[in-house]
Design a protein around this ligand. Structure first.
Ligand code: F0G
Length: 355
C-alpha cells in the first residue's frame, strides 16, 4: 500500500496537467538521501548524498523521462529521439518501450560506457553511433526533430526539466528545509537547471524557507561554462559529462549567480580520487561523472572554502555498474591484482592474513 508511485503521482500538484493524462512510469524517484560520515569528516560539514543511481535505469534521467514520455504519449507521439553520452539513451529507450513507442538514439562513437550501451540495445532502441561528439549528436537530433515526425526528449524539452526538479523536492521533504549548499556535476546543464527550478518553487510557495547555493562542477577537459566559451574537442574519462557546448548554459549561469553559488572544474585525477573515496569510504558506487560533485566539494574543503557545519547535499547522478572498469584500476592506473586460492580453509585464511 505504501509503495512509491513514481514522481508524477507523488508530485502531481507540482507538475503540469498534460503529463498526467497518460502516465508512463517505472517507479522512478524516491531515491535514498544517505548521510555520508566519511565526507562530513573530510569537509567539516554535514554531507548527504542523493543517490540517483537507485532509479530504475540507474540514473537521474528517469525523473525527466517519465514526464517527457508521458507528455508524448498524451499526444500519441510514435517516435522519440535523443542525443546522449549514454544515460539519457538508456532511460529514453526504457520509457519509450514501456509506452510502446520507438526510440532512436544518437551516441558519440566509442565514447559511451558499456553498461549504458547495453541498456539502450536491450530496450530495443534504434541506436546510431555518430562520428562526432555529444554536441554534434545534439545538433543533429534537434534538426531531425524539426523536420520529421519525431519528438526530442533531451533536456531542452521542458517536460524533462519538470520531472527532474522533483529531486530537489525530495531533498527538502526529507530534510525539512533546503540545505545550505547543493552540489552536482554539470554536463549539458539540464540537471542544475531542474534542481534550481525545484528549490526555487519550494521556497516560493512550498515547505522551504530558502534556496541553497548551487555548486556545479565540470570536468577540466570539458569545462565550457568555467572557461566562458565552447570547447570544440571536450575530453574527460567521465564520458557522461564530455560536453563542449551545453544546451542549458544560460540557465546554469543564472542558477549559479542567483543562488550565490559557483561553477568550477575538477581534473580527471580528482574525479577518480573522489570515485575511490565514495566506493571505499562511503560505500556508494557511482560512475566517474557522478563523482565530479564530490571531487569539487573535497577540493573546496582543501581550499578552506566550505563553511564549517554547513548542511550540504550532493547529487551522485549514476550507478557505478554503468561503467565499472574504473574500480579495477589502482590510483596509478595499474590493473588491480586479484588473488587466486584453492578451495581449502587454510590457504584462504592465509590469503586473508587471518593466520
Ligand atoms: N552525471 C551523469 C551520470 C550524466 O549522465 C549526466 C548527463 C550528467 C551528470 C550531467 O547532467 O547534462 O543535466 O548537466 N548525461 C547526459 C546523457 C548528457 O546523455 O546521458 P546534465
Amino acid at each position: 500500500a505504501n509503495q512509491w508511485r513514481g514522481v508524477i503521482a507523488e508530485y502531481a500538484e507540482r507538475l503540469p496537467d498534460h503529463v498526467r493524462e497518460r502516465v508512463v512510469t517505472l517507479g522512478e524517484g524516491g531515491t535514498p538521501l544517505v548521510a555520508a560520515r566519511a565526507l562530513s569528516e573530510r569537509t567539516g560539514a554535514d554531507v548527504h548524498l542523493k543517490v540517483e543511481g537507485m532509479n530504475p535505469t540507474g540514473s537521474f534521467k528517469d525523473r525527466g523521462m517519465t514526464t517527457a514520455i508521458s507528455s508524448a504519449a498524451a499526444r500519441d507521439v510514435r517516435v522519440v529521439i535523443c542525443a546522449s553520452t549514454g544515460n539519457t539513451s538508456a532511460s529514453a529507450a526504457a520509457y519509450a518501450t514501456a509506452a510502446g513507442m520507438t526510440c532512436a538514439v544518437l551516441v558519440p562513437d566509442g565514447k559511451i560506457a558499456m553498461g549504458k550501451l547495453s541498456q539502450a540495445v536491450a530496450h530495443g532502441a534504434r541506436l546510431l553511433q555518430v562520428d562526432g561528439n555529444f554536441d554534434d549528436c545534439l545538433v543533429a537530433a534537434r534538426k531531425l526533430a524539426e523536420s520529421y515526425a519525431v519528438e526530442l526528449v533531451n533536456s531542452v524539452n521542458p517536460d524533462r526539466i519538470e520531472g527532474q526538479k522533483t529531486a530537489a523536492f525530495e531533498i527538502v521533504d526529507w530534510l525539512g528545509d533546503a540545505p545550505d549548499i547543493h552540489v552536482l556535476p554539470v554536463g549539458n546543464a539540464g540537471n542544475i537547471t531542474a534542481y534550481w527550478k525545484g528549490f526555487t518553487e519550494y521556497a516560493t510557495d512550498g515547505p522551504a524557507t530558502r534556496t541553497p547555493m548551487m555548486w556545479g562542477f565540470q570536468a577540466a577537459g570539458a569545462a565550457p561554462i568555467v572557461l566562458g566559451h565552447p570547447v570544440d574537442e571536450p575530453e574527460t574519462i567521465a564520458t557522461a559529462i564530455r560536453i563542449g557546448n551545453p544546451a542549458s548554459w544560460r540557465q546554469a549561469v543564472e542558477a549559479r549567480d542567483t543562488s550565490g553559488g559557483l561553477i568550477e572544474s575538477v581534473t580527471d585525477e580528482q574525479i577518480l580520487a573522489a570515485h575511490r573515496i565514495l566506493s571505499a569510504e562511503a560505500g556508494v558506487f557511482v560512475e566517474p561523472a557522478s563523482a565530479a560533485g564530490v571531487a569539487g566539494l573535497l577540493m573546496l574543503a582543501e581550499q578552506g572554502r566550505v563553511p564549517a557545519g554547513a548542511r550540504i547535499t550532493v547529487t551522485v547522478t549514476g550507478h557505478g555498474l554503468k561503467d565499472p572498469q574504473w574500480a579495477l584500476r589502482t590510483p596509478d592506473g595499474e590493473p588491480v591484482q586479484l588473488t587466486r586460492v584453492t578451495p581449502d580453509v587454510v590457504s584462504i585464511a592465509d590469503a586473508l592474513g587471518l593466520g
